[in-house]
Design a protein around this ligand. Structure first.
Ligand SMILES: *Cc1c(COP(=O)(O)O)cnc(C)c1O
Length: 390
């Protein structure tokens, strides 16, 4: 019989009250209408500097048409994990296209970038191994490290010298894996990949680069930062997502055929999770066509980002080492970031404030992300508003 005073979840009320008090409780805001450069929230239209739709493809008609066509023909649900019967021709075609796009032997599709990262690390290292991770790597990489039960060594952000010293002391381990974001989500800076590939080669370590913010954006063909920095052939394990610049859903790993064969048999989020809809895979093929045929999208984006970053620095804002379409404006205290975000919102601009623990104490910031639909007028309005608020 249930006892009257038994409240096993009562602690949650207390914890939520603490979050509320600290201004850290999170709430969902429902967007109305498509993901685009303008956003309607609470009936108000705002210019949107808070999405990952970097090439403006999320609401592209061509993707929607592909989804509708395949859904009409094959239905929506995939009905099983890929190794059972969930894997369809459209998934196969997408994996072939991803391998071609990346210039690798093979590629494997996951249900999300998160699953791809966590599931790949945990399949590559285990007890008796060691994994090295940049302090500001994405949560999915860190969770993969923990899940693997390998020893985890966190190195300071982009600090190759420190990583070199840690690697030098790792001789007792069976395998070594270095993991890094290509573009870092909160700082918008780039990993020092030429140094990292050199370290990996010298210390006999595997190197895994998460190109979530760079796939479709960086590099001559849009392969990511590894291509941009000329080292893509020396990165053993390349992870990307379809859900940011490509405007779709799902994650992928690209690399050698043995790597993909291994993940296919050993990565638990791959083996034990239902395949995405075939229609979603078909849309991603269309997105890859667009990335190939319309390079002006990524070139325009990065040119605009460079100009905005320079203009912000001229106004005296701290944009850290941003070298991408993600531009932080670091202001220090969380209240200041929240105030600025509110001030921008009053002026019709949506720019999220990012506070600890997402970023380190004392580094609260605005996080501007540019996308395909932004115009010169929109970034000019942002600069004017920030000058007023300074
Ligand atoms: C968004 C993101 C992911 C996760 O990708 P999803 O497809 O959204 O699950 C992984 N790594 C980084 C760096 C990201 O920013």
């Amino acid at each position: 019989m249930k006892q009257a005073n038994h409240h096993p979840l009562a602690w949650i009320d207390c914890e939520l009250a603490v979050l509320e008090e600290q201004g850290l409780r999170r709430r969902l805001l429902a967007r109305e209408g498509p993901q685009a450069a303008r956003l309607v929230i609470d009936g108000r239209e705002l210019v949107h500097f808070g999405s990952n739709d970097y090439l403006g493809l999320a609401a592209d008609r061509r993707l929607a048409d592909a989804v509708i066509e395949v859904t009409r023909r094959e239905g929506w649900g995939s009905g099983a994990s890929p190794l059972l019967s969930g894997f369809a021709r459209d998934h196969q075609r997408l994996q072939q296209r991803l391998a071609e796009f990346e210039g690798t032997e093979a590629a494997l599709l996951f249900s999300s970038g998160f699953a791809a990262n966590a599931g790949t690390i945990a399949a590559l290292v285990g007890p008796g191994d060691v994994v090295f991770t940049d302090r500001t790597n994405h949560a999915s990489l860190l969770d993969g490290c923990r899940l693997s039960r390998a020893d985890v060594r966190v190195y300071p952000h982009c600090d190759s010298q420190r990583l070199d010293r840690l690697l030098a002391k790792s001789g007792k381990y069976r395998r070594r894996l270095i993991t890094t974001d290509g573009v870092f989500s909160m700082d918008g800076d780039l990993a020092p990949l030429p140094e990292l590939v050199e370290l990996a080669e010298r210390h006999d370590a595997m190197l895994m680069v998460d190109e979530a913010h760079a796939t479709g954006v960086f590099g001559r063909r849009g392969r990511g930062v590894a291509e941009h920095l000329g080292v893509e052939d020396r990165v053993d394990i390349r992870v990307g997502t379809l859900s940011k610049a490509l405007g779709c859903i799902g994650g992928f790993v690209a690399g050698s055929q043995p790597l993909i064969d291994w993940l296919l048999s050993h990565s638990r989020p791959y083996v034990f999770s239902t395949a995405g809809p075939a229609a979603a895979a078909a849309a991603a093929v269309v997105a890859l066509d667009i990335v190939r045929d319309e390079p002006q999208r990524r070139e325009g984006l990065l040119a605009r980002a460079g100009q905005l970053c320079d203009a912000l620095s001229e106004q005296g804002w701290n944009t850290a080492n941003s070298a991408s379409q993600i531009i932080p404006v670091i202001v220090g205290e969380p209240q200041r970031a929240t105030e600025l975000s509110a001030g921008l919102r009053d002026r019709g601009l949506f720019v999220p404030a990012i506070r600890p623990p997402t970023v380190p104490e004392g580094e609260a910031r605005l996080r501007i992300s540019l996308t395909g639909g932004h115009t010169d007028e929109m970034t000019a309005a942002l600069l004017t508003a920030l000058r007023e608020l300074r």
